[in-house]
Ligand binder design. Sequence first.
Ligand code: C2O
Ligand code: CU
Length: 492
Amino acid sequence: MELKKFVDQLPIPPIIKLKKNPHNNPYVVRMIQARHRFHKNLPKTKVWAYQGTVPGPTIEVEKDQPIYVKWENKLPNKHFLPVDTTIHGAMDTPEVRTVVHLHGSSSRPASDGHPEAWFTRNFRQTGPEFVTQTYEYPNRERATALWYHDHTLGITRLNVYAGLAGLYLIRDEEEKALPLPKGEYEVPLIVQDKSFNPDGSLFYPSQPSNPSPDLPFPSIVDGFFGDTMVVNGKVWPFLEVEPRKYRFRLLNASNSRAYLFQFSNSQSFFLIGTDGGLLEHPIEVQSLQVGSAERIDIVVDFSKLQGETIILQNQYELGNPIGDVMAFKVTKQLNEKDHSQVPSILSKIDRIPLKAVKKVRHLTLDETQDEYGRPMLLLNGFEWDDPVTETPLLDSIEIWELENKTEGGHPIHIHLVNFLVLGRRENSGKIRKRIPTDFGLKDTVTVNALETVRIIMRFKPYAGKYVWHCHKLEHEDHDMMRPLTIKNPDDH
Ligand code: C2O
Ligand code: CU
């Protein structure tokens, strides 16, 4: 379907500022079925939405102010997108399963949104370690942009695609003291790709429910790639800006799509932060690679562009309609002199001493076939259901060498921790330069085709059951996800 570009204004998701609250008085967020208009020329259509909005409201908190959130599943009993019951855990249950993960947070296992901690509208799964829908977020992280999204085993891709994702900003004093663009000049950009049926409803490819080994049929592992770009819930929107600096908090919340962001006039911009908060120093760039679930914090200067329109583009798709992401029209009058700056010193990142490393794990990203002969992606040759193999000790430091043996990139995410990228090399051994986002704290790192990325992290502050996985949601669902159990050295 042909949809006109740059006719809808960029919406800003509603902001919910939360202060410390007690466990017995949690903030309630409901997941409901709602109707949403993705484009002027599309009718409103069915979505699943936190508090009824797509994307969900931006939750804004202060560092060290712990909050409690009760996530309530008020969704209908049946999925409106095609469930593939041949993959792990994806039962076509009478009630829809959900669970919420706050991506990038350090939460206790019971508040982490483990893929098996799902609950339905009327029935709550109460396994021994997962007994609550009220989650505790200590907010001990540095100021940064996290995001919350669905994480249900086997159907994460469908629940997120249906609309279950939102931004979560942590503020701290260090960030507030910096002269960065603030207020209306700090804008969240939640980037996704979607496709629509002729009636305006969300399109997601279906899989045969009873695959036969004799019939060739598609695999979800190819990933979902939509034919329109959606930012903050609108197809190819535009934002009117003043000729001055803006700070953008950009999240790639696409199911599978990776981006190499650039501006149509090739102007440079500043990377000031990554998944885990501010960089030590800004890095001037002309393009940035951002895989699924990665965030970039950037400052863009429109001051010399009065009257012009520039397009945020995806270099990987230049020349295709999908190569355009959104437009910035520099049509507003400068409201007051722009006093904002990008300081040359932003923050301090604690380095982990290499000599403290307890263990180096070599882990492969590889491809195999499932029982129906479809391609299937695995971590270290194991499926989700295989016994846990990654069991770091609480508080210990490890290096993980992620060797991608496949021909595609994989954004690898580890729950609970932030890590630092030590280096990249071709699998054959040739050293590759680190990319700009490698200089910040990360919770998700793209391991490009046939490349090995080395990362270092300390497993703290909680022991227990977490996961690590590829964040291309189609990969994660089949079966590029593994348990991660952090062991307390005190219990045997
Ligand atoms: Cu953003 Cu395990 O997920
Ligand atoms: Cu992957």
